[in-house]
Ligand binder design. Sequence first.
Ligand SMILES: Nc1ncnc2c1ncn2[C@@H]1O[C@H](COP(=O)(O)OP(=O)(O)O)[C@@H](O)[C@H]1O
Ligand SMILES: O=C(O)[C@@H](O)C(=O)COP(=O)(O)O
Length: 432
Amino acid sequence: MSLLLGVIADDFTGATDIAGFLVANGMATTQLIGVPADDIEVDAEAIVISLKSRSCPADEAIAESLQALEWLRAKGCKRIFQKYCSTFDSSKEGNIGPVADALLDALDDSLTVVCPALPINGRTIYNGYLFVNGVLLEESGMRNHPITPMTDSSLMRLMEAQSAGRCGVVPAEIIDEGVKAVKAALEAARAEGKRYMVLDSITDTHLDIVGEAVMDMPLVTGGSGLGAGIARALKQPDLADAEDAAKAGAAQPGRGVVLAGSCSTMTNRQVALYKAKAPSRAVEPERCMANAEGYGKELAAWVLDQPSGPDSLSPMLHATADPETLQTIQKKYGAKASNAIEQTFAVVSGILAEQGTTRFVVAGGETSGAAVKALALSGFAIGPQIAPGVPWVRAIDKPYSLALKSGNFGAETFFFDCQMPEALAGLNLADK
Ligand SMILES: Nc1ncnc2c1ncn2[C@@H]1O[C@H](COP(=O)(O)OP(=O)(O)O)[C@@H](O)[C@H]1O
Ligand SMILES: O=C(O)[C@@H](O)C(=O)COP(=O)(O)O
């Protein structure tokens, strides 16, 4: 198989998100955890390298991303995709801009595109402003994010604040004119000395046009919507291709758990709905801070005490808090609370895996990163999507199936959607 696309993703759910869309559009895709050893052979059309570089110090994010780039280039990869969140999760300093600058320099290029749009999940870009379900990013639940609160919706302003270059926009009207017009606009921007160009995208048709227009650029940056557009342009897939590509990652039966560490609006709703029917226990931030190891053991023991047959709903641990509660915790403890909660989820995941749990449903990007690191996995085969942007994935070298859910993705019923069919049989779904 020839390697058509190499993706460097800044978190684990973001990585499974784009991998799921590549597979759904017919590309045989492997997801790797971190930058692998040089001698690993991967037979795939797309490789997604998952980093945990969204909110670490910028110099670490740059170093890891450059390492990933070198690895992909050594495998002969000519197209590099910097994947970040569809809500552009970043701080004032980055890490999206600094990493893009470093990748452009390393590739000896002077211009790339910025396109976090994912219309199927309500993320659209118009005149360079990012919208979430029809409201500006800064007015969405993202303004309350525990680690990367987003209080500006202008992608140009965000990009210029974080990077070394000037940023413009290719407006929707030009995108509507088609591939040639987009290419011409990008060339004109390059001639003017712009380094970044935001691509308006309101629909999947826009993403098909921009996907085709940018697919041969050495570097593109964006969300999984752009990934899907590029995959469609490269592969022109049919349904059979997509089904074939997803076979290797299909979910396996087994003992399950739900770990919710996201505080997003949607995860709050999903937790509330699932809690009404499934065994659940709240994770207490103070106890995580006091003794993550000991508390993690206690929580894992509780999970293992719950019914575990195929007809049982998986037990859930949730740290998920509403915006007011979260604000109080953060005022009191700062980032310490979030880190300790991640650490606790890592301890729980490690113990559950040792004791035979094989289906992990995890809500939250940082939370997923912590859980996956604790399981010491090297990579995933990608399965069918449970919801847009959330595929089942199967560990390459261990017997685990995972659903790593971005905080805001999935329907309100998402945690039910991850259960074995037998567990749903006796449920009145209308009465969840
Ligand atoms: N009750 C809470 N108080 C403080 N921080 C929390 C709480 N619950 C979860 N967190 C932290 O919030 C962060 C959520 O980030 P993440 O897992 O990436 O979710 P999302 O996908 O919504 O961004 C994690 O670091 C998690 O540990
Ligand atoms: O693009 C997206 O929205 C997701 O792929 C993503 O990056 C997930 O991040 P979290 O919301 O932190 O899980």
